[in-house]
Design a protein around this ligand. Structure first.
Ligand code: FAQ
Length: 311
């Protein structure tokens, strides 16, 4: 016999409508969403670290104000996403616990160090650029709270990308040493940026089901291609070389051909063995533990109820 709840869920997906928190949903749909949205939230929060390192080392007051605002935005994105995830019946404390115990992932890209100030620009240009390619389609994801969070996040993300591009363009108009610093930074970040889109479609265990549920709206390889096609003319305008000898326009496909990222490196990094994994998680753990008294105090204050009216 047909399950009327499942039929109604499938009809909603089929109409390209949203699933909302009070709607019935299959357990596997809920689990997949918790996995993806939690990973996404963790990425925003862990993603504050590489750039955060440079706040106290910014080359001018203007650059410092810009960077401070950007890193604050990332904290805000993490909060929207944890809130979206909580509507699926999980608590933020539990998600954070899973992150610092290594039971949930965050994006591979944040396990690479930010070694120079040019990296602040490259992270904005390439990492936020990749994030936009991945996230604009997620504004149409089937789960309402996630899609609505994405709309706000994407607006800020495109501002972040321009910020990075502007920083790099300024350095490219500077000295030879500054131009060399930009090129060296792009050389390090190019391949890890391509890995942000996940494994090739043929090795992506989750894509088919997530597409069927409209959680994902494009495959990993489609989005990676879109990112390359978007970035090549920007690299030309900046005057930097993307470090891929196989990168060229393919007239027939109407798209760029490009080389294969090092998938063995990708597996090592998501398996916990990238350049900064231990440091990133240790720092998050320390912040969580040192913040315990603030959370306890806030809870105690909330339990007290409203203050008595003044006589
Ligand atoms: N890193 O079957 P698939 C940002 C895992 S942007 C780590 O293809 P799926 C903004 C995957 O989870 C970055 N793990 O998986 C910012 C799965 O493992 P699991 C965050 C990865 O979910 C900018 C396994 O590999 N953006 O933070 C990665 O269908 C600057 C098999 O993969 C998002 O999270 C990876 N790169 O597709 C902040 C976007 N790729 O979970 C600060 C939303 C794959 O089974 C500064 N997420 N894995 O243990 C998505 O679109 C998807 O989840 C994908 C992966 C595309 C990332």
């Amino acid at each position: 016999a047909e399950d009327p709840l499942l039929t109604s869920f499938e009809d909603t997906i089929g109409r390209n409508d949203r699933i909302e928190p009070r709607d019935w949903m299959p357990d596997a749909y809920r689990r997949t969403l918790v996995r993806q949205v939690a990973q996404h939230a963790h990425s925003e929060i862990i993603g504050m670290q590489p750039e955060g390192h440079w706040i106290a080392r910014a080359p001018s007051l203007r650059r410092k104000a810009i960077l401070l605002a950007k890193v604050q935005d990332e904290a805000g994105h993490g909060l929207y996403l944890y809130s979206a995830c909580e509507t699926l019946g999980v608590s933020r404390a539990d998600l954070t616990r899973k992150l610092i115990d290594g039971r949930q992932k965050y994006s591979s890209i944040f396990n690479y160090p930010a070694l120079t100030y040019a990296d602040v620009g490259t992270i904005g240009w390439l990492v936020d650029g990749a994030a936009i390619c991945n996230q604009v389609p997620l504004c149409r994801t089937s789960y309402g709270p996630y899609g609505r969070a994405m709309v706000r996040i994407c607006k800020e993300e495109s501002f972040h990308q321009r910020q990075g591009y502007e920083l790099l363009a300024t350095m490219m108009r500077g000295t030879d040493a500054q131009r060399a610093m930009v090129q060296e930074s792009v050389d390090r970040f190019w391949w890890p940026s391509l890995m942000m889109f996940g494994p090739p479609d043929a090795d992506s265990p989750n894509t088919a089901q997530s597409m069927a549920w409209h959680i994902k709206r494009n495959t990993n390889d489609d989005l990676r291609q879109r990112f390359v096609d978007m970035t090549v003319p920007q690299a030309e305008a900046l005057g930097v070389t993307l470090p891929d000898p196989d990168l060229r326009w393919n007239e027939e496909r109407g798209a760029h051909d490009f080389g294969e990222p090092d998938w063995a490196e990708f597996k090592r990094v998501i398996g916990g063995d990238g350049p900064c994994n231990a440091e990133r998680v240790a720092r998050r753990r320390r912040a969580w533990e040192e913040g315990a008294w603030v959370r306890d105090a806030a809870m105690a204050y909330a339990r007290r109820g409203p203050a008595p009216a003044e006589a």
